[in-house]
Design a protein around this ligand. Sequence first.
Ligand SMILES: Cc1cc2nc3c(=O)[nH]c(=O)nc-3n(C[C@H](O)[C@H](O)[C@H](O)COP(=O)(O)OP(=O)(O)OC[C@H]3O[C@@H](n4cnc5c(N)ncnc54)[C@H](O)[C@@H]3O)c2cc1C
Length: 431
Amino acid sequence: MSQKKRIVVIGAGFGGLEFAKTLHTENAELVVIDRRNHHLFQPLLYQVASAGLAAPEIAHPIRAILHDKQNSTVYLDEVSSIDLAAKKVVARSREFPYDYLVLAMGGKTSYFGNDQWAEFAPGLKTLDDATTIRHQLLSAIEEAENTNDTAYRKELLTFVVVGGGPTGVETAGAFAELTRKVIPRDFSHIDTREAKIILIEAAPRIMLHLPEDLSAHTKTQLEELGVEVRVGAMVKAIRKNEVELADGTLIRASVIVWSAGVQASPLTRTLGVTVDRGGRIEVSPDLSVPGHPEVFAIGDLALSKGNKGKPVPGVSPAAIQMGHHAAKIINAELASGKIDVAARPEFKYWDKGTMATIGRSRAVVWLGRIKFHGFLAWLTWLFIHIVYLVGFRNRVAVLLQWAYSYVRYRHGARIITDNYSATFQGRPKVT
Ligand SMILES: Cc1cc2nc3c(=O)[nH]c(=O)nc-3n(C[C@H](O)[C@H](O)[C@H](O)COP(=O)(O)OP(=O)(O)OC[C@H]3O[C@@H](n4cnc5c(N)ncnc54)[C@H](O)[C@@H]3O)c2cc1C
């Protein structure tokens, strides 16, 4: 029987992948389980949703990333439960006993108890979400070109994004750019520059995590692009092609994107450990799960106070740093041959700053005392996102694609693959 310790990691997102890369596996067995076969660069999902990039350009097969990793096996499988007492992970195809376990399943879109809205307002968390939104967006514009019913056309050319955080801002900005700059000359009967893009935020300002001046710059830059920003607007209900606000306003729209909330993987609530309202596991300072020193929780599903006593934010650098930290602890214990909780270092988050892009050449960047916006901020954003994209081919493809669209204002990913007619069955015909 093998004497090697078996380390199981669930999820090959930012945290799980960094963990797998950092772990020393010469004398250990690494098992990586993910329900998708690809690592996804979520920060660029909005580009796929707005037809700026094609789906494969922001994803990379997990097997290809880890194929050189010694003593490692990748399983495409979905974990359905975890038995912390018996030290085993239960997946669809088999069970995985472990010596160490790393929970890195990330999170999912949260509708704050209104899951029935999901059908009408997709979130932006997976490639499927992004391609669904892209299909709705491109098909609605085609349908607007086809119809001569004014009210129907107005609805078709109205796009609502709920949630004024980075994802909502980036998505609304990209929709505005597409309709204002990229496609107007491709259509004969409509002026796509008249499309209405509405960003709805319940709080008094967008980008609440940024200082007020940067938040204000973000709003100005969005408005310059033609986005209508509505702050202090609470969504009361979402129905098919309709958003109802708490003040009674009804907005008819062909595309409604929900980017107002995320929660941790639902598996965290089944473990019998302490979680917060968003389902995040309250981890010990070393990132282990209290009472289970052989189990670590990292990334979006972990609530760590390693940010100078404050919660570590749910961003990719945090997940990467956590994955690195957990791997270093396990490396040391594999070398010494024993779990030594007292010797474990605490996790300390290194905040590398916050940024968000607004359209083709605008962004806001906040690096501690340094704050800037506009084109330089956009270049900074571009550089960082390219550097962190996994896979040489992806980096080159994305850079070329962007360079081309930057110069020519062209979008290469505007292909509708689903059945266009089926989407608009029963809707008004040209009279
Ligand atoms: C649209 C969007 C834009 C974002 N923009 C930015 C940004 O600009 N900058 C930034 O820093 N951060 C951004 N983020 C946040 C960032 O993507 C997350 O913080 C980061 O992905 C968290 O990493 P993770 O490893 O915890 O989880 P993830 O990267 O979400 O990975 C989780 C993995 O677990 C797998 N998994 C889940 N459940 C199971 C299961 N039951 N069985 C098997 N596998 C499972 C999933 O398939 C996935 O591969 C953005 C997020 C989104 C959604």
